[in-house]
Design a protein around this ligand. Sequence first.
Ligand SMILES: Cc1cc2nc3c(=O)[nH]c(=O)nc-3n(C[C@H](O)[C@H](O)[C@H](O)COP(=O)(O)OP(=O)(O)OC[C@H]3O[C@@H](n4cnc5c(N)ncnc54)[C@H](O)[C@@H]3O)c2cc1C
Length: 394
Amino acid sequence: YRALALDTALSTLAAVLVYVVVKVSVDGIRHWRARVSVLIVGSGPVGLTAALVAVRSGKVLKLTVLDERYRSSLLCRPQQIALDPRSVRFLLGLGVDFDNMEGCWHNEHFFTRIGVFQEYLLSILEQRKHKVDVKVQLGTKFSEEYVRRLPSTDWPQVIVVADGSCGDTCSVLGLSSDYTVESCQAYGANATIERLDQRQVPTPEIRAHSLFFDLSAYGVEALREHKSPSAKPGFHLKIYGTFRNRYMALVCPASDTKMVRFLRHTANASIMKNIFHQSFNVYKTDIEPRLSEVTLHQLQCSRRLFEVQLSHRTVSAAYITGDNVAVVVEGEAARVLSLDTCGVNLGLRGLESLGTFIYGMATAVDQSDVLEALSAKMSHSKQVSQDFKRTGLS
Ligand SMILES: Cc1cc2nc3c(=O)[nH]c(=O)nc-3n(C[C@H](O)[C@H](O)[C@H](O)COP(=O)(O)OP(=O)(O)OC[C@H]3O[C@@H](n4cnc5c(N)ncnc54)[C@H](O)[C@@H]3O)c2cc1C
């Protein structure tokens, strides 16, 4: 009886072992072979980086990248982008070689023009064509017409919407256009200076902190205020962009000091202009020209301080059951700041979870796996906004 029991136990164990080994191997092979087709709408810096993430995930069979703009207008934007150390590490992990990109380093940040960055990413995608079926369709708008014309066999399983702050892809797909607007507990203002006679080469940013302005000429005796130990810290100034297209951002923590109150409500637009004018001349690099009374018209700026707010899409990921497609929203289409400031790499932060999401979608067996992948993506997206609100501006 004992020998029979032992035999039964051993054969049950062997059967279980065989089942586990077969299951693990079959699952392993299925996971290894699993591939999805991905459509990316928008070839801005975020859409093209998303394309690189998709190609590097090893789980994409076919990748289509669209942009309504043609190549020349896509790559001609004058803005400079600043990549912070975390974004640099992320891009290095995707195979970006900064030695082969026009730009400059300063304090572990990399500065380049937005068009140079996009062009570099387009060239990498071109090189990866032998590994993945990559199609870049510039001059093609994602619209109801595009959806109607797409043969059902060409429907992707994943759509990444990276169509910027003005795109309407989400509404074409039927996603809610609700945004949650949250205060960053800061006030800010922006300025731009365009000087066509200056050079357009990547230039490091300049930062200055704890600034106070003498507004006594306007009847604000604020200087006395900041000498008290309980007073809030002053303004932070950033000058960025190329010498031809200079941008400035002025930010201070939300407070109710006399100076802040005055700058929040003044109807006199020349006050902000004076502040930016004087600040630029004090903190600019030695080799660029000063702004004089004659060239002051080249400076455009906010009329007064405004509250810095982060708007983020309430629904940043969705599953369209009829079409069996998962949609994720990235970059400025997902979250946008009311202040233009250099080096805020919110879009790239969001992409840090895209590779895992594509893997999850490719290996999903049923809808609960799909929903799990979507819910992880949505919580990461929320986390990006929360982290930014806590520490982003500082
Ligand atoms: C003055 C200024 C200075 C800035 N400076 C910096 C900086 O220093 N550092 C920094 O990191 N960022 C900077 N930015 C922000 C930067 O430009 C944006 O963060 C970045 O461009 C957002 O990238 P994106 O890919 O999400 O969107 P976008 O760059 O806006 O790209 C969206 C793309 O989608 C395309 N598109 C839209 N709708 C459709 C459709 N239906 N079908 C197909 N294609 C479509 C558009 O043509 C566009 O090319 C600055 C912005 C401004 C305005």
